[in-house]
Design a protein around this ligand. Structure first.
Ligand code: FAD
Ligand code: NAD
Length: 472
C-alpha cells in the first residue's frame, strides 16, 4: 500500500478508548492512524485523570499514615514534613513514563500518530490542524470517534484552575489550602477531597443529593462510606444546593441553600473544587456536516455495534453512552476493532467494575440492592465484615465489609459490593464470577489463600447461600 492509500481506520482521540483501539488495529493488520491534539497520548486518564489522581492518593495516604498511624505500629519518625513539590514531581514522572510508553506501543504496532486537532470534512475525510502548524487532510475507510469528555461547568462559577478548580487544577495545587470546598460528592469529589484532607486541608463537600458516591454505589455502602470519611475529618453538607460563588480578599464565598427548607447560608474556602460530573467532548469535530447525531446530554448516539448515524463512523468511550470509566473505554476500543477486522466483538456491560480509590476503597460490580428492589427482583444478601478477617485485623485496617447479593431461587451472583482495604483489587474475582454466571456456592467453594483479605469475599458469598442460613 502506498501512503496515498486511505487508512483502513482512523481513530480520533488518544485516550484509553482511542489508543487501545489503535494498538489493536495495528495488531490486526489494519493500516491505522490515531489523531491526538493534546501533545501527549493517554487522554484524560493518563494525563489529568486516573493516573495522576492515584499517584496523589497513594502518596498522601502514606504521608497521613506516617503522621497518624506509624507510632501505633511501632515506627517512630522524627521531623516528618510534607514536601508537596516532590509529591507533585513523583506524580508527574509516573504520568510522563506512562504517556511515553503508549507512544512506544503505537510505534511498535505501526500506527501513525498524528499530532493535531481533527475535524470532519466528509464521512471519510478528515482535516487535521497540526500542533506544529499547518493543516493536512487524510482519508479513511472507517473512523472511530474517541474524543472523551470534559468537566461539566457549573453555570455562573468560572473555573480559573487556581482558586476555583476542576479536577485538573486540584491535581496540581501549589500549596495545601487551609479550607477546601468540594461541589459534588461523587467519585472525583471524594478522591480529591481525601487527598487534600490527608495533606492538611479542612475539606467540606456540598452535595445536592441525600447520599454520596455518585451513581451506582449501593446505598448501604454509601452510608457506611460517609461515616468513615467523616471520622477522617471530611465534612458533608448533603441535600444542599450551590447557588453562586464570589471571589473576595483571596477567598471564595459560596452561597448555598438547603434543598428542602430553602434556608440560605454562606460558606467560604481558599479553594473550591467543582466536581459535578463530566460531559462528552465533541467540540470542533464538525459532526453536523456528516449527520452524526448526539442526544440531549451531548452523547454521540450509537447502535450496539458502535455505529453512529453516519455510515463508516463509529464512537466509543466517554463520548458516547455508559459509565465514564477508562476500562469501559478500553473494552470498547478492542471490541470496535474486532468488529471491523473480524465482523464481531463484544463487551459485557453487566460485568464492568467500579472503584473509588479512597481509603478504604469502595468497589462493586453488578447490581446494587436498590436497583434490584426497583426492578422487583427477589434476592438474598450475604455480608462479611473485615473486622472478622484475620489479615485485615493483622494489618490494623479492618473497616468495611463485603456484601454479596444473589438471586433468591438460584443463588446466582447479581452484585458484589466491597468497602474495605484493597477493595479495588478484591473486586476482580467477583467480576470473573459474574462474567461466568457463577452462583454464591461456586465462589464459596473456591480455595482462597489464608490469611488474605480475599477470604472476606469467599465468606460473604458463603453467607449468601442457604448452606450458611441453615448452619445456625
Ligand atoms: P479521553 O481519555 O478523554 O481521551 C480523549 C482524547 O481525545 C483526549 O486526549 C483529547 O485531547 C482528544 N481529542 C478530543 N477531541 C479531539 C479532536 N478533535 N482531535 C484530536 N484529538 C481530540 N476512570 C477510571 O476507570 N478509573 C479512574 O481511576 C479514573 N479516575 C479519574 C480521575 C479523574 C480526575 C478524571 C477526570 C477521570 C477519571 N476517570 C477514571 C475517567 C477516565 O479518565 C475516562 O473514563 C477515560 O479517560 C475515557 O477515555 P476516552 O478514551 O473515552 O477519552
Ligand atoms: P459523578 O457523577 O461521580 O459525581 C458528581 C456528583 O455531583 C453527584 O453526586 C451529583 O449528585 C453531584 N452534583 C451534581 N450537580 C450538583 C450541584 N449543582 N450541586 C451539588 N452537587 C451536584 O462525577 P465526578 O465525580 O465529577 O466524576 C466524573 C466522571 O469521572 C464520573 O463519571 C466517574 O465515573 C469518572 N471518574 C472515575 C473515577 C474512578 O473510577 N475512580 C475517578 C474519578 C472520576
Amino acid at each position: 500500500a502506498s501512503s496515498a492509500d486511505p487508512y483502513d481506520v482512523v481513530i480520533i482521540g488518544g485516550g484509553p478508548g482511542g489508543y487501545v483501539a489503535a494498538i489493536k488495529a495495528g495488531q490486526s493488520g489494519l493500516k491505522a492512524a490515531c489523531i491526538e491534539k493534546r501533545g501527549t497520548l493517554g487522554g484524560t486518564c493518563l494525563n489529568v485523570g486516573c493516573i495522576p489522581s492515584k499517584a496523589l492518593l497513594h502518596n498522601s495516604e502514606l504521608y497521613h499514615a506516617a503522621g497518624h498511624e506509624f507510632k501505633n505500629r511501632g515506627i517512630d519518625i522524627k521531623d516528618m514534613s510534607l514536601n508537596l513539590g516532590q509529591m507533585m514531581k513523583a506524580k508527574d514522572s509516573s504520568v510522563g513514563a506512562l504517556t511515553k510508553g503508549v507512544e512506544g506501543l503505537l510505534k511498535k504496532n505501526k500506527v501513525d500518530y498524528i499530532k493535531g486537532a481533527a475535524s470532519f470534512a466528509g464521512p471519510t475525510s478528515i482535516n487535521v490542524q497540526l500542533n506544529d502548524g499547518g493543516e493536512t487532510q487524510i482519508e479513511a475507510k472507517n473512523v472511530v470517534i474517541a474524543t472523551g469528555s470534559e468537566v461539566t461547568p457549573f453555570p455562573g462559577i468560572e473555573i480559573d484552575e487556581e482558586q476555583i478548580v476542576s479536577s485538573t487544577g486540584a491535581l496540581a495545587l501549589k500549596k495545601v489550602p487551609e479550607k477546601m470546598i468540594v461541589i459534588g460528592g461523587g467519585v472525583i469529589g471524594l478522591e480529591m477531597g481525601s487527598v487534600w484532607n490527608r495533606l492538611g486541608s479542612q475539606v467540606s463537600v456540598v452535595e445536592f443529593l441525600p447520599t454520596i458516591g455518585g451513581a451506582g454505589m449501593d446505598h448501604e455502602v454509601a452510608a457506611n462510606f460517609k461515616k468513615i470519611l467523616e471520622k477522617q475529618g471530611l465534612k458533608f453538607n448533603l441535600g444542599t444546593k450551590v447557588i453562586d460563588a464570589e471571589k473576595k480578599d483571596g477567598k471564595v464565598f459560596l452561597n448555598v441553600e438547603d434543598a428542602k427548607s430553602g434556608k440560605k447560608q454562606q460558606i467560604d474556602a481558599d479553594v473550591v473544587l467543582v466536581a459535578i460530573g463530566r460531559r462528552p467532548y465533541t467540540k470542533g469535530l464538525n459532526l453536523e456536516a456528516i449527520g452524526v447525531e448526539t442526544d440531549k446530554r451531548g452523547r454521540i448516539v450509537v447502535d450496539d455495534a458502535y455505529n453512529t448515524t453516519c455510515k463508516g463512523v463509529k464512537c466509543i468511550g466517554d463520548a458516547t453512552f455508559g459509565p465514564m470509566l477508562a476500562h469501559k473505554a478500553e473494552e470498547e476500543g478492542i471490541a470496535v476493532i474486532e468488529m471491523l477486522a473480524r465482523g464481531h466483538g463484544h463487551v459485557n456491560y453487566e460485568a464492568i467494575p467500579a472503584v473509588v480509590y479512597t481509603h478504604p476503597e469502595v468497589a462493586w460490580v453488578g447490581k446494587s440492592e436498590q436497583e434490584l428492589k426497583d426492578a422487583g427482583v427477589s434476592y438474598k444478601i450475604g455480608k462479611f465484615p473485615f473486622l472478622a478477617n484475620s489479615r485485615a485485623k493483622t494489618n490494623q485496617d479492618s473497616e468495611g465489609f463485603v456484601k454479596t447479593i444473589v438471586e433468591k431461587e438460584t443463588e446466582k451472583i447479581l452484585g458484589v459490593h466491597i468497602i474495605g482495604p484493597n477493595a479495588g483489587e478484591l473486586i476482580s474475582s467477583s467480576v470473573l464470577a459474574i462474567e461466568y454466571g457463577a452462583s454464591a456456592e461456586d465462589t464459596s467453594a473456591v480455595c482462597h489463600a489464608h490469611p488474605t483479605l480475599s477470604e472476606a469475599v469467599k465468606e460473604s458469598a458463603l453467607a449468601a447461600t442457604d448452606k450458611a442460613h441453615h448452619k445456625a
